[in-house]
Design a binder for this molecule. Structure first.
Ligand code: DAH
Length: 357
């Protein structure tokens, strides 16, 4: 009996998994197990022998049963411990850096500009980047002999010989969207149009693709004074300064009469630009009162409606605001540059929440 006990307790202690335990259980106390067979032999014993052997066998069976149960529980605990050891997670570790990508400064500037003009009641309009020369030039009072066509370094789309459809160009400015918006919406109208434009030009301040934002406001009572106020409010909001001085310089554009180029007062100190102070002037946009011929080309009666328009270089004002010295860097796709000058994409610019952070 002692040998049986020692043998099975030893086997149970060594069992490495539940399947082994089950084999041991069958061999010891299963129907044909060693202990069970011994119990059957009780009948052949004398009453005296039975009196000691019976309780002893029962005790052995109970002891093995509980040893099996204990070992089974032990194995389950060990398996759980093992999982806890391997599957732990340190919740105090810092999270992964979430700034995988950033918003390009031009996108940021466009969204800031849009937020400011939206507050003043301007809707965003869009037009095609490949447009007909009628929208890009003729409708804007730039007839084919006009020197402005040559000055613009226009990219013309290829046309097959004999194709007599109107020639297409990569738009050289966002001004054609004025015409398309007038056609689509009529008057009164208040829109801005930010977007890419193209000219065959390349140096530190020129790239063949760049960005403009067009503005157009037509109503029965709009004057140059409204243009001045809108632009002053815009510049203060965009450059995040309280005071700014604008200079309206008489100029000429075929699509406005009168026309003005607008400069802002600034200073260059130690290579950094300060808006609103100093003795320098920096040109940021062209503007004027929309020419009656342009209003008519947009399908609106120029004797009833009048208003202003302006065109500003987005890349230019982004460079100024964020201190970016070379325009070409905008389009190099250099990851180090993008990480340095990029913006967190979830910080949506608003006037009340702050434009740039
Ligand atoms: N389209 C002009 C350019 O690309 C800019 C411009 C000037 C737009 C005066 C206007 C404007 O709407 O009124 O140089």
């Amino acid at each position: 009996m002692d040998d049986l006990k020692a043998k099975y307790l030893g086997e149970i202690a060594d069992a490495a998994d539940e399947a082994t335990l089950e084999t041991i259980r069958v061999a010891a106390i299963g129907k044909k197990g060693e202990v069970s067979l011994k119990m059957r032999e009780l009948g052949k014993m004398t009453p005296e022998e039975r009196q000691t052997a019976g309780p002893a066998l029962n005790a052995l069976k109970n002891e093995l049963t509980s040893a099996l149960a204990a070992r089974k529980a032990g194995l389950a605990d060990a398996a759980l411990d093992e999982r806890l050891r391997n599957e732990w997670l340190d919740v105090t570790l810092p999270s992964r850096p979430s700034r995988q990508g950033t918003l390009h400064p031009i996108s940021q500037a466009s969204e800031e500009i849009t937020a400011i003009f939206a507050e003043m009641g301007f809707a965003v309009a869009e037009g095609p980047r490949i447009d007909t020369d009628w929208y890009n030039f003729d409708a804007l009072n730039i007839p084919s002999h006009h020197p402005a066509r040559a000055e613009m370094d226009t990219f013309y789309m290829h046309r097959a010989k004999g194709d007599d459809r109107p020639p297409h160009v990569l738009r050289t400015h966002t001004s054609p969207v004025q015409i398309r918006s007038m056609e689509a919406q009529g008057a009164p109208i208040r829109i801005i149009c930010p977007g890419g434009v193209y000219r065959a030009d390349y140096d530190q301040t020129h790239t063949p693709m760049f960005h403009q934002v067009e503005g157009l406001a037509l109503d029965t009572d709009i004057s140059m004074a409204n243009l001045k106020w809108v632009l002053e409010e815009f510049v203060k909001a965009y450059f995040e300064v309280d005071d700014v001085e604008l200079r309206f310089r008489a100029s000429h554009f075929p699509f406005t009469e009168p026309s003005a180029e607008v400069d802002i007062r600034c200073s260059w100190k130690d290579g950094t630009l300060k808006i609103g102070e100093g003795d320098d002037w920096l040109e940021i946009l062209g503007s004027g009162m929309v020419h009656p011929k342009v209003i008519a080309a947009g399908g609106i009666d120029p004797d009833v409606y009048q208003g202003f328009a302006f065109g500003m270089g987005i890349d230019r004002v982004a460079m100024l605001k964020y201190g970016i010295p070379d325009l070409r860097a905008f389009f190099d796709s250099d990851l180090r540059w993008l990480r340095h000058y990029g913006f967190v994409s979830l910080d949506v610019p608003t006037l009340h929440g702050g434009l740039s952070r």
